[in-house]
Ligand binder design. Structure first.
Ligand code: F6P
Length: 320
């Protein structure tokens, strides 16, 4: 193997740059050239890439976003998109291809693996942490810390004005971000799509808290639970509480990666290049029980990662 490609795809996640840097430097140390395809799958549709060298990836370990840019590429998803991508890899003699992204990107990588002889390895990077085969994705820890810092500030206003704040966090259809953030900010209520949403339960908790003397509260809701504005109105209608909604939004995706996100990026990249050199086909790297591992790409795409509901149980006990 002489040349490998790398791409960042889907939503950006803090630590993607640290992963690019590590892939490039580890690959070079093994005598490989690295082509960085730009704007996610779009770069494979238009054959847009730049050669990455150990020097060209200097000074990026601490940067959020991705120097390669990213996108959610419709053309790739359309018929013949994967075929075109395979041709681009072939044209540039790319024998190994590293996809840094989330589950959507891995589904694309899976389809691409059916069309190309190039070996494909996925590095999980998404703030959603919803990739099967890894306990944690690159960027998750940073997003958790960002959300926690913001909610700590919101708590000041909640206490001072004796309000209830619903804070909506990202996570697409999953509740990994909401459950970890909820527990670590001491939220009174945590709502995730994995648990059936029940307004009565939430009202009961709020009324019980008021009876206990709590005069403010934080409800952390995953975006996947639905209309949080309506929820705020419902709570106001059925209690005496002054309820405000704060949607954290894209601040969760940006910013300097935490040390943990950078470490994970470096370790995942090391494993990814190792797999390519061993000529392993269609794998994703991951962290399982504290160890760096890898699993079949297709299996990762086809399996739903379970959310640990015991975290929510614990959070409820801690918020009493
Ligand atoms: O997958 C990361 C994520 O930030 C999700 O949490 C969110 O639902 C989605 O991306 C937003 O996507 P877009 O950047 O396309 O608006």
């Amino acid at each position: 193997m002489k040349t490998i490609g790398v791409v960042t795809s889907g939503g950006d996640a803090p630590g993607m740059n640290a992963a690019i840097r590590a892939v490039v430097r580890i690959a070079y140390s093994k005598g490989l050239n690295v082509l960085g395809f730009e704007k996610g799958w779009e770069g494979l549709m238009s054959n847009t890439f730049r050669e990455l060298t150990p020097r060209s990836v200097g000074g990026i370990i601490n940067l959020g976003g991705t120097i390669l840019l990213t996108s959610r590429c419709q053309e790739f998803r359309a018929k013949n998109g994967t075929k075109k991508a395979a041709e681009t890899l072939d044209l540039n003699n790319v024998e190994g291809f590293v996809v840094i992204g989330g589950d959507g990107s891995f589904k694309g990588a899976c389809e691409l693996s059916n069309e190309t002889d190039a070996l494909i390895v996925g590095i999980p990077a998404t703030i959603d942490n919803d990739v099967f085969g890894t306990d944690e994705t690159i960027g998750f820890d940073t997003a958790v810390n960002t959300a926690v810092a913001e909610i700590d500030k919101i708590r000041d206003t909640a206490i001072s004005h004796e309000r209830i704040f619903i804070v909506e966090v990202m996570g697409r259809t999953r509740g990994f971000l909401a459950s970890t953030v909820g527990l670590t900010v001491g939220a009174e209520v945590i709502l995730v799509p994995e648990e059936k949403y029940n307004i009565e339960e939430t009202l009961k908790t709020i009324k019980a808290n008021t009876a206990k003397g709590k005069r403010s509260g934080i409800i952390v809701a995953a975006e996947g639970v639905g209309d949080t504005q309506k929820l705020a109105e419902e709570i106001e209608k059925h209690t005496d509480a002054d309820v405000k909604l704060s949607i954290l939004g894209y601040v969760q995706r940006g910013g300097n990666p935490t040390a943990r996100s950078r470490l994970l990026a470096s370790l995942f990249a090391d494993e990814a290049v190792r797999l390519l050199l061993q000529e392993q086909r269609s794998r994703i790297v991951g962290l399982q029980n504290g160890k760096i591992t890898n699993i079949d790409l297709k299996k990762s795409c086809e399996t739903r990662k379970p959310l640990d509901l015991s975290l929510l149980k614990l959070a409820r006990v801690l918020a009493t």
